[in-house]
Design a protein around this ligand. Structure first.
Ligand SMILES: [Zn+2]
Length: 470
């Protein structure tokens, strides 16, 4: 493992409060509240705690039942919220959104509002000592009736707490489509909260469709089963079905959680994270349930590097995407993106430009290329490999006259500037000057799919990807 590949500030978008409780804390709380524990000491509890690959869902979820049983007082929630932030900060996390379902903490009379207040208090305490000011995502549960979801989302909307930045739908997917909770998420949208939905984790791509169609999520929790709606040939995605097309076009980032998915579905090495990323889906990397699945925020980056060949630049880009997708006020989000970019300090050695074939042919004969759009924009739009697809699909849909130019960034010198793209916090490379043909390492034909969208030619991925591994 190349440790340098994963050394940089981490953004965590998907982390469950009840999945990350320290085993020692579970023991302490169980003893304080007289809850039976299937272990005599912390070692035994940690072993029992760990969900192993292939474990039946019912057995896996019994871990959450134990944690839930000890988290029924404000004091317990304050403690685990504080400790979660301490653990994340120690791991190098600079922004975290911790999620929990207040309705699961009402068994002994605590109200959802009190539960949110308690988590907020724990985060406030931890922010003072660690500098990590984590935020709260309030979860509704799929297997509860919609009235209960509405009560949870109302509690989030009415909390008056600045740290409550978003809402989520969690819990067993099978038989409980997001559509059943659409009214709850409409409330969240009306209140301006971020919306993320667990979908395509334990059930198929149709659950992603239900979430997209009825809840308008800004992000998707997991979503890896969208791969069932993709056509794969020679280890790459060559065509998208209707749901995958809609997901990619929505731009909603996937909160990928490799270890968690390995426990409940797909071995890490077989996870489609790389395929999805190369096909233009927005990929972020997250721990999900740190204690129960024995992982950490940084461990998830290591797994992407170890099993899926993520380079330092790939990991940095996943972190940048997570920063851009953070549920934060605009100014704070822009500052986070800056911090992540500066902390990883990587720019790809090779970048790409989509040119109209005729314009490029003429320019090559002339020895210098400036696209027609230069006069209006003042610069040439370039993209990293991963960025290429989104703008390509947005601006060039259906065009059959495009050639992708792979450019050696070193040739461009200081006329290459990374700055926010139009209408986004994400940084794109802009070239303030003409492109000379000697900077172009290769040219690749771009052919639109039947629906007008683009998938990258394999040879193009290889031409750019090689340089990233150097
Ligand atoms: Zn989750």
């Amino acid at each position: 493992m190349n440790a340098a590949a994963v050394g940089g500030p981490i953004v965590v978008l998907h982390d469950h409060l009840d999945g990350g409780v320290r085993p020692q804390t579970v023991l302490d709380l169980a003893s304080a509240y007289d809850v039976a524990v299937p272990a005599r000491d912390v070692q035994e509890l940690a072993e029992w705690f760990t969900i192993t690959p292939g474990m039946p869902f019912v057995e896996a979820f019994s871990r959450f039942d134990l944690v839930g049983a000890v988290l029924q007082t404000p004091a317990a929630l304050v403690r685990v919220a504080r400790e979660a932030v301490e653990d994340l900060a120690a791991d190098g996390v600079v922004h975290a959104e911790l999620r929990f379902a207040p309705m699961l903490h009402t068994l002994q009379g605590m109200t959802p509002a009190q539960a949110i207040e308690a988590v907020d208090a724990g985060l406030r305490e931890a922010a003072a000592t660690t500098g990590l000011d984590a935020r709260i995502i309030v979860c509704a549960m799929r297997d509860q009736p919609e009235e209960v979801s509405i009560e949870a989302i109302r509690a989030a909307v009415n909390s008056g707490c600045d740290r409550v930045v978003g809402v989520d739908l969690a819990g067993g997917e099978v038989g409980h489509p997001a559509a059943d909770h659409a009214a709850a998420f409409a409330l969240a949208h009306d209140a301006g909260l971020g919306v993320t939905i667990h979908a395509g984790e334990m059930d198929g791509a149709h659950q992603v469709a239900s979430a997209l169609d009825t809840c308008a999520p800004h992000r998707i929790g997991h979503g890896w089963r969208i791969i069932d709606d993709c056509v794969i040939e020679h280890d790459r995605i060559v065509a998208l079905g209707p749901i995958a097309t809609a997901l990619r076009a929505s731009g909603a980032p996937l909160e990928i959680c490799l270890t968690s998915n390995a426990c409940l579905g797909v071995p890490v090495a077989d996870h489609p994270v790389r395929l999805l990323r190369d096909a233009g889906f927005q990929v972020t990397l997250n721990p999900d349930d740190r204690a129960i699945t024995t992982t950490s925020a940084r461990r998830e980056l290591e797994l992407a590097a170890e099993h899926h060949g993520f380079t330092r630049h790939d990991v940095a880009q996943a972190m940048e995407r997570a920063a851009v997708a953070a549920f934060l006020p605009d100014g704070e989000r822009a500052a986070l993106v800056e911090r992540v970019r500066a902390g990883w300090d990587v720019t790809p050695a090779r970048i790409v430009h989509l040119a109209a074939r005729e314009e490029w042919e003429a320019a090559r004969r002339r020895g210098s290329y400036l696209p027609v759009g230069f006069a209006a924009d003042g610069f040439v739009h370039l993209s990293s490999l991963q960025q290429l697809l989104t703008p390509a699909n947005r601006f060039y849909s259906g065009r059959g006259d495009l050639v992708a130019l792979v450019i050696d960034a070193h040739f461009l010198g200081s006329s290459l500037v990374w700055e926010p793209g139009t209408g986004t916090d994400e940084y794109f490379p802009h070239l303030y000057g003409a492109l000379t043909p000697e900077a172009v390492l290769g040219e690749f034909e771009m052919t639109p799919c039947a629906d007008g969208s683009f998938l990258l030619p394999n040879a193009l991925i290889r031409a750019v990807g090689r340089s990233l591994a150097e």
